[in-house]
Design a protein around this ligand. Structure first.
Ligand code: ZN
Length: 481
């Protein structure tokens, strides 16, 4: 079997380069701004017309296998807080749990927050016990669909349905589908989105959280449309955008909650994939910089917002929720796929390597609610008004909040999934770095195994070994800033 090694020290290349491998021609290297998006990948599901072509395509979960410290970190999550949370979290109790259909409690965001990271770690590590546990919750969701299409616990606020919890469970179901190809997911989401389309506008996305975070619903609508091509989903995408908070404002935001900003600033760029209006794309870049101009004069890629960014509280003693760290990483990864801009890869690494690890114990058995760049005390006192809001928010104690103890799970598995990507021209891309291996389908039905050896970011040498199943020619893209 032929194989080829590429070895380089960072920084070497300014932006992206491609090389064509395993042909009788000489390998060609070119520095590009973005991947070639004039063609369509024939191996993986990607944006379908009329949506704009993605610059990079995520492989199905489980395709990228972590190595080195990243593998150890996922194992620590499994052995620590993520894997054992069911034993200590009230919201994951199976008795009387609305997500399992065994009762009416715990029916909001906590179960799917936890499951979307827990399940993906299960698939990535191919851990049988964790996969079985994941299926317990997924099966219950699949069996919960009503005749009108709604599924999961029905939560009403001010006489209107609150679909925020379902937005998260949709992402769990999408990952499960990538892992299993279980078509019940497609049927369930199709019927559920028909229910959403039938909902009057004044009943849709009106509660605070779902209104801020409609961009997550929009991504799931695209995801299903890319598989089925059902045209009604384009109408629902428009309806979702129309009823989501306006993150396109030039000099202010719909609200200043740190997680909402880290998660929702990408909604205009997501809508841009359908609107093709460049002002939508620019709005996302604008919000990213707007919040950091005042609150982001700190290392680690985030902004000092505690729970809510407040004028007068802008120095490095202000912090970010752990939810904010992992949602920012997810946003950066999604924006990398949409735009191909290496800026988002670098920003994700900045948060992943500098901010998120400080929010958890080294053994991954505990976490904080709020972590600051200048974190001078880690006690369990209430530090309001210096820290917003009121509570023991600087303590290394998962019980000091409901959300982060569940939502932290997604950070490292999602990061792992984005280390090796496909390109529209049937190639492979590695634009964020970490030790891993991946099996990828490339041009003309060929398959290649990519092995990435590195101790990055602790050392800057990265070696790619490429083992093809047969002689094959394909672009390989990587980046360095
Ligand atoms: Zn949180």
């Amino acid at each position: 079997m032929e194989h080829l090694k590429i070895k380089y020290l960072l920084p070497v290349f300014l932006l992206l380069f491609t090389s064509s491998l395993f042909s009788t021609d000489k390998t060609k290297i070119a520095i590009l701004d973005r991947p070639n998006i004039t063609s369509t990948n024939s191996n993986y599901i990607q944006n379908r017309s009329p949506l704009l072509t993605q610059n990079f395509i995520k492989l199905p979960v489980g395709s990228v296998k972590p190595q080195g410290w990243l593998l150890r970190y996922l194992e620590l999550q499994k052995e620590g807080l993520t894997g054992q949370l069911g034993e200590i979290s009230a919201w994951l109790e199976k008795e009387n749990n609305a997500w399992l259909g065994t009762g009416t409690d715990y029916g909001w965001e906590e179960v799917p927050y936890w499951l979307k990271g827990y399940g993906n770690i299960a698939y990535i590590l191919d851990d049988k016990k964790m996969i079985e546990e994941t299926k317990t919750w997924i099966e219950a969701a699949l069996k919960s669909q009503r005749d009108d299409g709604y599924y999961g616990p029905y939560i009403e606020k001010n006489g209107k349905p609150d679909v925020w919890g379902n937005m998260i469970m949709n992402w769990c179901l999408q990952s499960y589908y990538e892992y299993s190809n279980d078509n019940r997911v497609i049927d369930l989401m199709t019927n559920y989105f028909k229910w959403q389309l039938n909902l009057p506008d004044d009943m849709f996305l009106k509660d605070y959280w779902e209104n801020s975070r409609g961009g997550d619903n929009l991504l799931s609508v695209y995801w299903l449309y890319n598989i089925t091509g059902d045209k009604f989903l384009l109408d629902l995408a428009e309806k979702t955008h129309k009823n989501t908070a306006n993150w396109r404002q030039r000099s202010t935001l719909p609200n200043w909650h740190n997680v909402n900003i880290a998660q929702s600033f990408r909604e205009p760029a997501t809508y841009y994939m359908m609107s093709k209006d460049s002002t939508d794309l620019l709005a996302t870049y604008n919000v990213h910089h707007l919040i950091r101009n005042t609150f982001g004069q700190v290392p680690g890629g985030m902004f000092g917002a505690d729970e809510n960014a407040r004028m007068g509280y802008i120095d490095p003693r202000q912090g970010t929720e752990t939810c904010g760290f992992v949602e920012q990483m997810a946003s950066d990864e999604l924006l990398l796929l949409m735009t191909g801009d290496p800026f988002w890869a670098e920003h994700c690494e900045n948060v992943a390597f500098n901010s998120y690890p400080a929010a958890v114990m080294p053994d991954f058995k505990s976490l904080r609610y709020i972590t600051s760049p200048n974190h001078v005390v880690s006690d369990s006192k209430n530090h309001h008004p210096g820290i917003d809001n009121r509570g023991p928010f600087l303590a290394m104690n998962p019980f000091s909040s409901r959300c982060c103890q569940h939502n932290h799970t997604q950070g490292w598995p999602y990061f792992t999934e984005h280390l090796i990507l496909a390109t529209p021209d049937n190639g492979v891309a590695a634009v964020m770095y970490g030790a891993c291996s991946a099996t990828v389908k490339v041009a003309n039905g060929g398959t290649v195994e990519i092995v990435e050896e590195t101790n990055y970011p602790f050392e800057e040498t990265i070696t790619f070994t490429i083992n093809p199943s047969k002689t094959v020619r394909f672009p390989f893209c990587t980046s360095s800033n």
